[in-house]
Design a protein around this ligand. Structure first.
Ligand code: PLP
Length: 384
């Protein structure tokens, strides 16, 4: 087995079940999930409130199209709209993150009458034609060109370059409030505010892709709330249904006007709607974002203390944590999994990404810190 195989799919670990922050292999081995579910299970695996809601709904009404009012869908919309920043007054459900961003870019074009999109270096917005055009990495794009859209890339985190790129022809600026896939990159203070100001001045839509940062992961329900900046469009997916495939676009009124002829067959289907309602209301009512902030602070402090000599940097917010290593992240992820039963993800060549369910506690954080301390210890260098 090569390291590449380990990261790209064929991992030698069959998973059979999950509970809370743990996954269980076919041989009964318990693994701590620090990334295996890609931020899709904020409440932990098989959370009983979500499981019950889905089981009840699938037996009652599995599907009817979205032109018929259904209680589950109305409850899901109400919960989501109540949970997004207050100036985002409407929402639309889709099936994934890329579809949410695709919709955001369409809505922005239609609401502004413009077509130029400004995106950032090292961004990741998804793999369908429009979202892919706004994604940075050539590896994901080259084989499929030409892509859909007129996209200009500016260096992530540089407010001046961003403001200079936004003009009267700009339909949207699309940014992750903290970049996930691109390496857990936290922008400097004031960057999101600059994005807000320059899009306001140009009459362009500000789109925040919160597919990875949202659902409480960074200590607030949405990462943009840490900066106090409300976008015109907020996209979410991954953890929105605690593991069921669902995404959403939340919009301000002037953007909603541009959404008239967009839809999808499965938009807000009753089963995923039941999952969304259960997930969002549980996260909010039980205050899991605040818990993510506390455990995240604890984890980052412990990592910094234990690893100050063996890593370059620990960064992120809440339970979206990136560890910039002095060596390849694939191999460290592999050691974590095979020797320590902890499943984490690389984000780029040298960054190890930790994004566990928000329900971990200090014991799980300690387990990760101890394992990394062992793997990265100088005397272990030759074997790892
Ligand atoms: C995962 C991700 C996407 C794409 O979501 P899919 O559901 O895989 O289409 C888009 N944006 C960000 C920030 C992501 O992390």
């Amino acid at each position: 087995m090569s390291d590449l195989d380990f990261v790209s799919g064929s991992k030698p670990i069959g998973i059979e079940s999950g509970e809370g922050p743990y996954l269980y292999g076919t041989d009964g081995t318990e693994y701590l999930d620090a990334g295996a579910s890609y931020a899709c299970t904020p409440l932990g695996h098989c959370h009983p409130v979500v499981v019950d809601a889905v089981q009840e709904q699938i037996g009652e009404l599995t599907f009817v199209d979205s032109s018929y009012p259904v209680q589950a869908r109305e409850d899901a919309y109400a919960a989501l709209v109540a949970a997004v920043p207050s100036r985002l007054e409407g929402a639309w459900f889709c099936n994934s993150g890329t579809e949410a961003n695709e919709a955001a870019l369409k809505f922005a074009r239609s609401a502004t009458g413009d077509s130029k999109i400004v995106a950032a270096t090292r961004s990741f917005h998804g793999r369908t034609m429009g979202s892919l055009a706004a994604t940075w990495k050539d590896k994901y794009k080259k084989p499929y060109e030409p892509l859909a859209g007129d996209v200009e890339f500016v260096p992530y985190g540089d407010g001046e370059e961003l403001a200079a790129a936004v003009d009267d022809e700009t339909a949207a600026v699309i940014l992750e409030p903290i970049q996930g896939e691109g390496g857990i990159n936290v922008p400097p203070v004031g960057y999101l505010e600059t994005a807000r100001e320059c899009t306001d001045e140009a009459g362009a839509a500000l789109v925040f892709d919160e597919v990875q940062t949202g659902m409480g992961r960074t200590g607030k329900m949405w990462a943009c709330q840490n900066a106090g900046v409300t976008p015109d469009v907020l996209t979410t997916a991954k953890g929105l249904g605690n593991g069921l495939p669902v995404g959403a676009v939340a919009v301000r009124d002037w953007i909603a006007d541009g959404a008239a002829s967009h839809n999808a067959t499965f938009s807000g289907g009753p089963v995923v709607a039941a999952a969304v309602h259960a997930t969002v209301s549980t996260l909010v009512e039980e205050e899991w974002p605040a818990h993510a902030a506390d455990v995240g602070d604890y984890l980052v402090t412990e990592l910094e203390t234990a690893l100050s000599d063996t890593v370059r940097e620990v960064r992120g917010d809440g339970l979206l944590v990136g560890i910039e290593l002095k060596r390849g992240a694939n191999r460290v992820a592999r050691n974590l999994a095979l020797e320590h039963r902890i499943l984490a993800l690389p984000a780029g060549r040298t960054v190890l990404r930790v994004l566990p369910p928000l329900v971990i506690g200090e014991a799980e954080a300690d387990r990760l810190v101890n394992a990394l301390t062992e793997i990265l210890a100088p005397e272990a260098t030759s074997e790892s």
